[in-house]
Ligand binder design. Sequence first.
Ligand code: ZN
Ligand code: ZN
Length: 168
Amino acid sequence: MSPNRFKDLSYFTFHAEKPISVQCPKCKGMGIVQIKDNLAYFNCTHCHHSLIQDRTLYRYDVHNHCSNCGRYYRVDLKPNEAQNFNKLMVACPYCGTKMQGQVHKTAYCYDYRSSLKQGCDPFFNFPLWFLSSFNGKLVWALNREHLNYLIDYYEITIKTDQLQTFSE
Ligand SMILES: [Zn+2]
Ligand SMILES: [Zn+2]
């Protein structure tokens, strides 16, 4: 049995839309993070504190046709520079002429899996509720189902190890 077996099963790929159990920042009780379309919802089961967050990330750029050199170009903007403007002055990357251009806003998906590593949910950054340690290693679970899954996994590992010990 490979120690990486549960990674290979890609729990996070198939279960990305399942509820996540987290610790409520207000009362430290258990709250639930759920995703519906582009929104993430937090609801505390204990104090009923609730939050909503748009999980859509946007890219911003300006497309221009330079009035000086005649070339078409695209300039990428940082979200903090662009999000409050419809039009912005940008410099032509070929000749440096500054022109005003329409800011385009393009939605792209949130990368769910890469954001779960620090033991916090990726939308509100609250600590995961099912956080514990196993053999000195930090083990966290998204929800009870995932926890049971990990427990099963570790039990299988223990049994396999014991089996090897007995047969030696
Ligand atoms: Zn609460
Ligand atoms: Zn130009």
